[in-house]
Design a binder for this molecule. Structure first.
Ligand SMILES: [Ca+2]
Length: 181
């Protein structure tokens, strides 16, 4: 007898409209994503992004704290249109127990403020709902008090970031990303 696994998906009932931002069902989707690691600050963390046969985005690599490092990320350019009217971001992910951040930016410049929402992962598949109000303005790891309010229709970049003292190999699988209007 197969054991019945509790699933957060079966209880997922929503009447909201959603827009798919990424579903990783096309291997070509990997092309738009680029990794940015702490090597830009002298660290030695390494990350990669690929699409698995099952249609998951796979953000993986090795997180290192050497040389005051300790972060790694992957991101892609976005058109704000996809996010217009978004009240929340929805994710189906399977992480490794580390907390990860979903990040949105209203400018692609390295000097632009990021808006982050951190989520815990469990080693199992999870559907997460990250309200737009939960995104905090940050720049180089510090909160930015006077940043403009995040306007989803102005989003120009979306990404995932891992910043942790828990160094070593890491892995985050992403089945899909949606905007909930
Ligand atoms: Ca998928």
């Amino acid at each position: 007898m197969p054991s019945s696994e509790p699933s957060s998906e079966s209880s997922e009932t929503t009447t909201s409209e959603t827009t798919t931002i990424a579903d990783f069902d096309d291997p070509a989707e990997a092309n738009g994503w680029r990794n940015v690691d702490d090597t830009v600050m002298g660290g030695v963390s390494q990350s990669a992004f690929s699409i698995t046969e099952d249609g998951y985005g796979l953000f993986s690599g090795t997180l290192s704290l050497e040389n005051n490092g300790g972060f790694t990320s992957v991101r892609r350019v976005a058109s704000g249109e996809e996010f217009t009217g978004a009240q929340a971001m929805l994710l189906r992910v399977k992480g490794d127990g580390r907390p990860y951040q979903l990040r949105l930016k209203m400018e692609t410049s390295d000097r632009a403020v990021s808006y982050k929402s951190e989520f815990e992962t469990t080693g199992e598949w999870q559907i997460l709902r990250l309200p737009i109000e939960s995104f905090e303005a940050v720049f180089r790891g510090r909160a930015v008090e006077d940043a403009p309010t995040l306007d989803p229709s102005e989003v120009k970049e979306i990404g995932f970031l891992l910043a942790s003292k828990d160094s070593g190999d890491f892995q985050l699988e992403i089945d899909w990303i949606q905007a909930e209007q």
